[in-house]
Write a protein of this length. Structure first.
Ligand SMILES: [Zn+2]
Length: 202
């Protein structure tokens, strides 16, 4: 950024440009807006960011975001349905569609489509199995993407859950092949949920 000789601003532009959907041009617009509204925007933003940095972590059990000051939703009460998604933005899409009201489990990504799967790749799969056991969950809805990685991950999870006898369902093929949950419209998501099918043997 040679066009800005204030060091702090140049640094801020650099950081904000890294946010999704923003390039240097829109970053500059945002920063200008902030600077022109120091009290109304910069001050509360600074405070809120500091709070989030300090207090918000990923739950090691369900992968959701939680405040360090309170218990995670996954430990709150009994539940009998868990929807498994790859990441938090997938969960937010499903939540805002209003299709599903149960609990979530956020894997933190997918398994690679081939090669050694035995490590689980740091995904929260073991903790999913123990959640299912501990809460006598009745159904696990696998809402991973229609990509090869998403399919691989779904099969791996189904295998891992075999001993629990839980009913496992997979979103219907309304999810297009290669489709990522995050980019589905509500209609597609609704029919995929409604027509989800069991992938357990019985
Ligand atoms: Zn949790």
């Amino acid at each position: 950024m040679t066009d800005n000789n204030v060091k702090e601003i140049a640094e801020l532009i650099k950081i904000v440009s890294k946010l999704p959907g923003l390039g240097p041009k829109s970053a500059k617009r945002i920063i200008l807006k902030l600077i022109n509204n120091r009290e109304e925007l910069i001050k509360p933003l600074t405070n809120t960011l500091a709070q989030v940095y300090k207090n918000v972590v990923r739950c090691k059990i369900c992968g959701n975001l939680k405040s360090t000051n309170s218990n995670c939703v996954c430990s709150s009460k009994k539940y009998d349905q868990i929807c498994v998604v790859e990441n938090i933005s997938d969960m937010w899409v499903i939540q805002s569609s209003g299709i599903y009201k149960g609990h979530y489990h956020i894997l933190g990504g997918t398994l690679p489509s081939f090669e050694n799967k035995s490590t689980g790749n740091g995904l929260l799969i073991e903790s999913l199995v123990s959640r299912v056991k501990k809460n006598s969950v009745k159904e696990v809805v696998l809402a991973t993407s229609g990509t090869i990685e998403g399919e691989t991950t779904a099969h791996y999870i189904a295998d891992s859950l075999k001993s629990t006898k839980v009913k496992i369902t997979r979103l219907a093929k309304g999810v297009p092949v290669g489709g990522e949950i995050e980019h589905l419209d509500d209609g597609t998501l609704f029919s995929a949920f409604k027509n989800r099918s069991s992938i357990t043997d019985d």
